[in-house]
Design a protein around this ligand. Structure first.
Ligand code: FAD
Ligand code: NA7
Length: 447
């Protein structure tokens, strides 16, 4: 078929998109020409560990934000590829909460098995995307950093898969200039041992705050205080970890909180989330949203309402990750290839309004899980992505939530059942709290 598709980013979302087209090709379909531009030197997105912070060797902002000793914060059974299972990739059953190198190996393993590399131009940054109304196509300007060359190419469709957990949101607090210790955002956190014996303040009340606090505790911080804006996470923290209301001001090493308490700290780590940041998109193409389950202006959570030839993947807040990305990618592919038609504007608006209204009324994480499950089911209905048990997957998420509430230090020691194979995973040979080696070899070694 005719058409030319640009995919921006070869992280998990971009790779899902390439996988979707490749699987159609292997099924005998004629697919459009696909070019995936990736600014890093290899695919993998955030799952690539980078020791650097700030800027990279070419002066570009570092994309990577994962740290050493990061283990999956959800069961792997909740992100398994239905067309490439963990059992298939590793050739052995593996436990439910793998460390980063193991998940990176899995994501890149599927890409290798399906030969996706051929679609990707690495070390190439997308600088500008504009839509030419008269030509009905996109002009995409990229810089190949190896060659130090800029060029513009034209595409019928653009799929933005550049992620939204990479550009940190960093608030200002009065007096912070006077703080004598380390101040950083979680995006630059790499090594928990840096905080051994230290008193650490973590600002934020979500996944990053939770996990960075746990990492600091695990690797020997003297104390960790988590300062929240809206609500305490309320887990049963170990004795050296506590939660307090939002910080109000900073005076030297002393931080005052809005509940009237104060404490001295050695370091402040902002875990205050990320910005959806697309400096390479023209204004009329740019998604503007916070981190939410149903971002506005995206029909089916994918298609830019004002111009559906532009698509976004993975822009939602995420319970579901890789499996949702696959479903989005399959759906986007089928629209590009004319297998699925888009309805008229009014029908798109009505559909988006219904999802948004439902999102606004969600009372708690369990309802949020059901919402994202239904979203995935809605996508799955129309595409030929292999069957997997989305209801079991939702049940896994809910069990995981309960495990965390029961004991935040042991939730990663639990085992879950695969929604693809039905098989219960083994329990890991070492508890998460005692496992200090996050290498693939250590993780895969038998007990
Ligand atoms: P990314 O992984 O961010 O990939 C985007 C890609 O686009 C990158 O390779 C980047 O280099 C490229 N790119 C960006 N801009 C350009 C440009 N202008 N030109 C060319 N290329 C560009 N998810 C889980 O499922 N489990 C976890 O345990 C988990 N832990 C996390 C921990 C941290 C600290 C963070 C930040 C996120 C975590 N996530 C986790 C969520 C994570 O975002 C997803 O798993 C996944 O990486 C999202 O994939 P993506 O492709 O959308 O984005
Ligand atoms: P999230 O989930 O977007 O959460 C951001 C948190 O930061 C959230 O609790 C916010 O509070 C808090 N926040 C935002 N701005 C401020 C200010 N100004 N002051 C205090 N607190 C603030 O991002 P995460 O980094 O936790 O998680 C993103 C991904 O990384 C996730 O997928 C994980 O798997 C890893 P709020 O609750 O809105 O009041």
């Amino acid at each position: 078929m005719s058409g030319r598709v640009a995919v921006i980013g070869a992280g998990p979302c971009g790779l899902s998109q390439l996988q979707a087209f490749e699987s159609a090709r292997r099924g005998g379909a004629r697919i459009p020409e696909i070019v995936c531009f990736e600014k890093q030197t290899s695919a993998g997105g955030l799952w690539n560990y980078d020791w650097r912070t700030g800027t990279d060797a070419y002066g570009e902002p570092i994309h990577a934000g994962m740290y050493r000793y990061l283990w999956s914060n959800g069961p792997k059974e909740c992100l398994e590829f239905a067309d490439y299972t963990f059992a298939h990739h590793f050739g052995q059953p593996i436990p439910s909460f793998p460390p980063r190198p193991v998940l990176a190996d899995y994501v890149l393993g599927r890409a290798k098995a399906f030969g996706l590399r051929r679609y990707i131009e690495t070390n190439t940054v997308v600088r500008q995307v504009s839509f030419d109304q008269d030509a009905g196509s996109f002009a995409v300007t990229v810089r190949n950093r190896d060659k130090d060359e800029q060029r513009t190419e034209h595409f019928s469709h653009v799929i933005v898969a550049s992620g939204h957990f990479s550009v940190p949101n960093i608030p200002h607090y009065e007096g912070i200039e006077s703080f004598p210790g380390r101040v950083m955002h979680g995006h630059d956190f790499r090594e928990a041992r840096e905080f051994k014996g230290r008193h650490v303040l973590v600002v934020g009340g979500s996944y990053s705050a939770e996990d960075i606090a746990l990492q600091c505790h695990k690797y020997g911080a003297a104390s960790v205080t988590i300062s929240y804006r809206s609500a305490a996470m309320g887990f049963h923290w170990p004795d050296t970890v506590d939660e307090r209301a939002l910080l109000a001001s900073i005076d030297g090493a002393e931080v005052s909180f809005s509940d009237g308490s104060a404490k001295e700290f050695d370091a402040i780590i902002f875990c205050t989330g990320y910005l959806h940041h697309f400096p390479f998109l023209d204004d009329e193409l740019r998604l503007r949203t916070g981190n939410r389950l149903y971002p506005a202006d995206l029909y089916k959570g994918i298609f830019w309402r004002a111009n559906p030839k532009l698509m976004y993947l993975g822009m939602q807040d995420q319970f579901y990750t890789f499996s949702m990305f696959d479903l989005q990618a399959w759906y986007a592919r089928d629209v590009v290839m004319g297998r699925i038609g888009l309805p008229d504007g009014a029908a798109m608006d009505a559909d988006m309004a219904a999802w948004s209204k439902r999102e606004e009324a969600l009372p708690d994480p369990i309802a949020q899980i059901d919402f994202q499950t239904d979203y995935c089911k809605d996508l799955h209905e129309l595409v030929d992505y292999p069957h997997f048990d989305l209801q079991l997957l939702a049940d896994n998420f809910k069990e995981w939530e309960h495990d965390k509430e029961h004991d935040i230090l042991t939730y990663r020691d639990k085992a879950f059942r695969s929604a693809c194979t039905g098989v219960l995973s083994p329990v890991h040979h070492t508890t998460w709290l005692e496992a200090l080696d996050d290498s693939r070899e250590a993780y895969l070694a038998c007990g």
